[in-house]
Design a protein around this ligand. Structure first.
Ligand code: ZN
Length: 341
């Protein structure tokens, strides 16, 4: 489908599943009740995405509290009680993070059963998101490796094991979330892309990397104010990403100071163009979404453009997120109609 929409990943959790409006919410239930509630929430969002015309849907990350730690919870080699205060994303904010004390190993498949459940309940394309190796390294303290590049490669190996299992369950797109790519642009070229390709090794399904300016939380809003009139971080990394084996790049455009012309640096990639602002509670109109798609079409072939959200919608209210899903689907349909196909 021309301009077939998808989403970056997360959606808000219903109030009966977890605390709302938080990036690190607590679950409201436990044990089997919690497992069932997570599946129920994923079903609701799959249905809402389908009804909104989203071509490639996700579980909305209903199965994990945080996009990085949710994957790492059952991974061995991390001491969760040994907290280290660390500046994340180049000291944009400070968090007490768990510490890596040995080589990481998966104690069990993390998201396999969840992916199988979602596959059973949609005929649309299915996307599953995983944290990228560099972003993992920027969210854990290193008490073992000594070099971030080595730590990233070790996590890339277990991400790859996980990704291959997700693919085997019928997942169509595996996306690695790398918000850290916009911060450590030299490291991206030196080892970040190599780690990403290691994580994606052997996958035949679509692979994507999501690089954004983050959720609309206060620390990010303040950081963005320091970035000047034009945000050109993508310029430093897109040429190298274009040379990589990753098929799709999910990037931020809507209401952002990213010059959309930077997508010209990705001539060989499919582009998940952010047409929904996740840092605002204002629901876009279909017209606004179509305008973002049209603007992107001036810099890349239409066939490579897939409208998307700028980032995850986890911190928004359910109603706002639902409205934005419908705007995304309607805007894509409008853009498609205008191209006469
Ligand atoms: Zn993001």
């Amino acid at each position: 489908m021309l301009f077939g929409p998808t989403i970056a990943g997360s959606l808000p959790k219903p109030g009966w599943l977890a605390e709302t409006g938080k990036l690190w919410p607590r679950w409201r239930l436990e044990g089997e009740d919690l497992d069932r509630a997570k599946r129920d929430a994923a079903l609701i969002w799959i249905k809402e995405q389908e009804d909104a015309g989203i071509e490639t849907v996700s579980d909305g990350e209903q199965f994990r509290t945080h996009f990085v730690h949710g994957f790492l919870e059952t991974v061995q080699g991390i001491d969760w009680s040994l907290k280290t205060r660390m500046g994340i994303r180049d000291n944009r904010y400070f968090v007490d993070v768990p510490t890596v004390t040995g080589k990481p190993r998966r104690s069990r498949p993390v998201h396999r059963d969840e992916a199988a459940f979602c596959r059973l309940h949609t005929r649309n394309g299915l996307k599953f998101t995983l944290p990228g190796p560099m972003t993992i390294c920027d969210t854990l303290a290193d008490g073992h490796f000594g070099r971030r590049a080595d730590m990233a490669m070790a996590f890339a190996e277990i991400l790859n094991e996980e990704a291959l299992e997700l693919e085997a369950e019928g997942v169509d797109t595996i996306q690695f979330d790398e918000p850290a790519f916009n911060v450590f642009t030299d490291d991206v070229r030196e080892w970040g892309i190599a780690a990403l390709e290691r994580a994606a090794r052997g996958l035949r399904c679509a692979t994507a990397v999501h690089i954004c300016y983050g959720y609309g939380i206060e620390a990010n809003v303040k950081w963005k104010e320091t970035l000047g009139a034009e945000w050109r971080q993508y310029e430093a990394i897109f040429p190298a990403i274009n040379g990589s084996s990753i098929r799709q790049v999910s990037l931020e455009c809507a209401n952002s100071r990213v010059p959309i012309s930077l997508i010209e640096l990705l001539p060989d990639k499919e582009l998940l163009v952010g047409a929904i602002d996740v840092a605002s509670n204002t629901v876009e109109t279909a017209e606004e979404v179509a305008a973002t798609i049209a603007e992107a079409s001036r810099h890349a072939d239409a066939a490579r453009i897939f409208p998307c959200t700028n980032c995850g919608m986890a911190p928004l209210s359910r109603d706002v997120a639902s409205g934005k899903l419908r705007a995304l689907g309607a805007g894509a349909a409008l853009a498609r109609a205008r191209r006469g196909s």
